[in-house]
Design a protein around this ligand. Sequence first.
Ligand code: 1PR
Length: 535
Amino acid sequence: SNDDSVVTLLDYGAGNVRSVRNAILHLGFQIKDVQTPKDILNARRLIFPGVGAFAPAMDVLNNTGMGEALCSYIQNDRPFLGICLGLQLLFESSDENGPVGGLGMIPGVVGRFDSSHGFRVPHIGWNALQITKDSEILDDIGNRHVYFVHSYRAMPSNENKEWISSTCNYGDEFIASVRRGNVHAVQFHPEKSGDVGLSVLRRFLLPKSSLTGKRTEGKASKLAKRVIACLDVRANDEGDLVVTKGDQYDVREHADQSKVRNLGKPVELAGQYYSDGADEVSFLNITGFRDFPLGDVPMLQVLRRASENVFVPLTVGGGIRDFTDLNGRYYSSLEVASEYFRSGADKISIGSDAVHAAEEYLKTKVKTGKSSIEQISRVYGNQAVVVSIDPRRVYLNDPSDVEFKSIKLTNPGPNGEEYAWYQCTINGGREGRPIGAYELAKAVEELGAGEILLNCIDCDGQGKGFDIDLVKMISDAVSIPVIASSGAGVSEHFSDVFSKTNASAALAAGIFHRKEVPVQSVKEHLLKEGIEVRI
Ligand code: 1PR
């Protein structure tokens, strides 16, 4: 095609590129998918959103002849945009399950972030960039933040410096983008970086002659603390999917014949929180534990529609587990997750099934590779697997009363108890299990979870602040990012949790739904307190 509105997309089927598709369509362009190496050579503009792991991606490129076509396309200085793994594959090799050879266009080795200096891996979240040369597509970014999610990175060297257009700091200085002529690649995700990211994509897609504006300076920032809006979704008694919100997980009105509380429509609210500046949006299908999520077509539709207009990361949880339906057909948790990814999720979140997996793992000390966490992280990467923990406080007078890790409480319990352990629950808090939040967090990290969403049933919906003792205990116990959740009532609760614990993000539901505290106010407050945020 010689139509300027068509962009060619190299999707080798290894993961979720729906977000990239949605962003391209949103900008008014059409997508032509690469079927054969020839489609690469004939592209007018090519986007390569690398997903999954380095080695399988290289296998596909080598076995299909697409790698060779890519190299020649790039050598001929044809318009190219690589995203994330699409940047890393341009280098000589990667240590990810390697060393594994890459396309070898750029000198250097892709290595893993070093988590030994307190920098959590994966690197997830928003950073501003150090712009080092005219990069054309980044020219109007300035100091604004873009979204990263990766465990491996390439580093600047004398041999590759002519390629580098921006860098970023996360423990080490790493390459955030490269550019040579018409060839661009970015380590961050423009399709998930809000307006800033859409403008990067637009600048790549538009004819050069139409680009205006001159390069603005940008200075690398620390990783920003994230503010996440969460939508607990379920069918109400009329069968419509609604955003609901519980008090300590009880979502029914106390008056009004105990109806399921209805706080709005999921797609609308997600869109609103995106435009309000939420750094991520999460959907929790809170009855997923008993209904089969793939049978829940409306939920998948909610996701599809929300992801068409929300250009920050979307997480979806609820019901991710192995399942046999009424006709005896078996679905693996990986199939369930894959359907969520195909429908627009960037990450999936596992609650109940993670508790079972962790209990099993702690009992046998064997990683079978069969748990949902292991299966999904192997295919989609650790960064795509969130474990949601629903713990409840169990007060103790003496910490040696239990085999689980307990802590000395800042505020004693109702009968003056000085200690508590945090018991994990499943099925939306309905069943307590013989495992603590601490033990669970460490086990799921080992099994391959990339992030922890840490709720607290006692604090949920109370508006009295996050459980700082709990968040501190868990965020100090693991080296993956921890999202603090449950209890936000005012902006100060966010600065509190960020200044007193090592949480990477804070999530809230009720205050946003009831419009008590808008997302912007939380951000402005954090900024005023000197905490790095994306504005
Ligand atoms: O177990 O894999 O099917 O996943 C079910 C998911 O649904 C879990 O992530 C679990 O946390 C969630 N869930 C189940 N039941 C409820 C309920 O409320 N009855 N919601 C529920 C959990 C917790 C947070 C909430 C924060 C912030 N909601 O997501 O949004 O506590 O609230 P606040 O800011 O208003 O205090 P599976």
